[in-house]
Design a protein around this ligand. Sequence first.
Ligand code: SIN
Length: 585
Amino acid sequence: MQVVYHDVIIVGAGLAGLRAAVEIAGKHDVAVLSKLHPLRSHSGAAQGGISAALGNAEEDSPEWHAYDTIKGSDYLADQYAVQVMCNDAPRAIIELEHLGVPFSRFSDGRIAQRPFGGHTRNFGEAPIRRTCYAADRTGHVCLHTLYEQSLRKNVSFYDEFQVLDLCRAEGAVNGVVALELKTGKLLLFHARAVVFATGGYGKAWKTTSNAFANTGDGLGIALNNSIPLEDMEFVQFHPTGLYQLGILITEAARGEGGVLRNSQGERFMERYAPSIKDLAPRDIVSRSIYEEIRQGRGAGAMKDHVFLDLTGLSREKIAEKLPEIESFARIYLGVDPAKAPIPVQPTCHYAMGGIPTDVNGRVNADAEGREVSGFWAAGEVACVSVHGANRLGSNSLLDLIVFGRRAGKDINRFLDRVCLTPLPLATNSADRAKETIDGFQAKKDGESLASVRTGLQKVMMEKVSVFRDKQGLSDAVGEISVLQKRAMSVSVSDRSENFNTELLEAIELQHMVNYSKVVAVSALQRRETRGAHSRDDYPGRDDGNWLKHSLCFLEKDGAVTHTHKPVDLSLAETRAEFVPKERKY
Ligand code: SIN
């Protein structure tokens, strides 16, 4: 089997992966593997902006930003990690600007900032303009800029390579096994450091803002390597997905003055979050939308959605600040947002949980924080944890940039001082990947891939969604266990070697059923309501019993075991503002 060597292998070419690559390039030989062309990475779909207390629009401070992030997280975020992110944010934005990101500007030339949900001034007083943006294409321009910078710095790219497994030696990670989609060949990538920046996993839900590629491969591979996943029960539904399609309609639409209305035309968020209304954090807004629908105030014949009303904004403002949204509404629903409200419903958007890491991206193997040597994770696949039980809008791009860079810096130190030579590859490194592929191809008349995947998306949408309860979650765990077995029995009839997407989807499906089981088990065991995890049978937050992170492992037989680890409350030790309390908006 062909072996390729690079000092560092980064899996995933979104913002976290590319920011790490830019940090390492020039110091060490770094390669980025992606199952897509890098510019198709899902970071490019982030629309509304990236938060930082620059104070360009009004007075702001990283401390207020940290307060909002921690409160928004329903106090589950690790407070030191939040402090690290918020303190670094203004520098990170200026750095992006210098790298070439074409931010929108105020008339005085400074980077423009807009309001976003849950971001406030002076510890919750009123909404603040903290989110930097480039119209509603912020992720897109950041991605292009970092890709250009990566090319300028001679980062090696392996586009359309699907990573299947980690290579391990003496417990450490020393490479990956990958399938070249163009040829169907398996290759070993040998390295001294490996970074997972593989993004999120929204594709397990029927309605999602996530791209087709977001099948949580990094999470599945971690589970197969006995690496735990943290806080997987916390899955964010963005309040405004295009009705029936789930395509993202940025929160910036509300930041710029749009309001949500029910079938009676009422601005219902005034009842749920009287002080910041439509700019409440996403968990609260999504729940409020479902509450309106439950109480019969949903719109349309099915009474199953609400409206995002932008008719109060001028056509010029929509064209300047929200051009993508304008075209999405027109193309997909035939709605001119300057004239009529846009039908919207919550859509599965973002994973707060993931592979546990420290603030330098080092992967933790257990609740005690023991490291998996040679292995880093950054971005949505990782759980640092800065988002806790609910992420604030525009904190995601920030997380990618800040922690991608920190992982890169930490790897440079590791390669200079700790791992001076690569650990030899074990002879059986590719065995599991080969077995999986052979298994699929050997099966005749196996399960239909599409029917298992559709079944999974239905269960996750109906039983592991915004509102949950014991019965639904127990049923979901049982149904996913069956789907896990069926996913193993999928047959791949396509024998072609180049771009065998049937094989690729069968591999992705295995990851999807496994992490979905972890999500459902984590949600079942957390008997409280916190952030995006809303239990009808346990409606209150229970700090006495549940102010702790969940950590889940996948056993060889497909069962999920869990344990817990404490939340870092270090800021609360000296500042009353950071002590967990009831969230009011
Ligand atoms: C949005 O623009 O609403 C999405 C960006 C994010 O999730 O932070």
